[in-house]
Design a protein around this ligand. Structure first.
Ligand code: SAM
Length: 245
């Protein structure tokens, strides 16, 4: 029976490939990969030899029907992205939708993913909201930052190193000075690092240490309690209500 496997691949540390992922990648009829060169290197390193089909955001609309046809003919396809979970800020969504439309089973494998890895070490609680990559325009970013400022949930987004300073500057205009954030860098790699503090503290750190590598940014939830009335205020309020009758 044809089906689609969604297979997570390491986000840095090769040893994070799962036994099941390796098995599925070996036994599939085809591996649909975002970048056949990048994935070719990975498959070689983990000892998987299989046919690869290129499937990325620029060809996914045309490719999806071809892959659907292959699965309808009984082929098993394993979909991978450059790193981490397919579909999460990566290609694959269209293919999943098409499979559902055509009654083709979709089998997701658990495995490496950057934002959940960052979240569990952030010290910030759940629930959380994952925003993926934010818009680049400052005005559009600010709309999201305003939501994050009010949110009772942890907010998580991805950012490129060369845009980090500008993004933090933007964030500082919206976030209260004492609100805690975390920049999780190079997860699972040699230079893995968590920079924790206020926006100003994290900004200062990166002014001294140029941001390099891959980043996940997390913003702690808004923990401000709803405003409590003092006794005096409460008595005032009751008096006003009584007077109003
Ligand atoms: N599919 C991936 C996942 O499951 O996390 C995300 C792919 S997205 C195109 C790439 C972005 O994920 C990077 O720009 C970075 O923000 C984040 N990322 C990926 N690997 C990371 C790592 N090892 N450490 C920190 N962030 C990482």
């Amino acid at each position: 029976e044809g089906k689609l496997y969604l297979v997570p691949t390491p986000i840095g540390n090769l040893e994070d490939i799962t036994i099941r992922a390796k098995k599925v990648l070996t036994n599939a009829d085809y591996v649909a990969a975002e970048d056949t060169r990048t994935s070719g290197i990975l498959l070689e390193k983990i000892g998987v030899h299989n046919h690869m089909i290129s499937f990325h955001k620029y060809n996914s609309k045309e490719r999806a029907p071809e892959l659907i046809k292959l699965m309808q003919e009984g082929n098993v396809i394993a979909e991978i992205s450059d790193a981490g979970m397919p579909v999460i800020s990566d290609p694959g969504y269209i293919l999943v939708q098409e499979c559902i439309k055509h009654d083709i089973p979709v089998v997701p494998l658990p495995g490496p993913n950057a934002f959940s890895t960052a979240l569990i070490a952030s010290g910030f609680n759940q629930p959380f909201t994952y925003y993926g990559f934010l818009q680049r325009k400052s005005s559009e970013q600010k709309t999201y930052f305003e939501q994050m400022e009010k949110a009772k949930a942890t907010s998580i987004f991805y950012e490129a190193p060369h845009r980090l300073a500008k993004t933090l500057k933007n964030l500082a205009t919206v976030l209260p000075a004492d609100r805690q954030i975390v920049a999780a860098r190079e997860l699972t790699k040699i230079h893995e690092e968590f920079i924790r503090g206020t926006v100003q503290e994290v900004t200062d750190y990166f002014a001294k240490n140029a941001p390099r590598g891959e980043f996940v940014i997390l913003i702690s939830p808004n923990t401000e309690a709803p405003k409590q009335l003092s006794w005096a205020e409460l008595i005032d309020l009751v008096n006003t209500l009584v007077k109003k009758g």
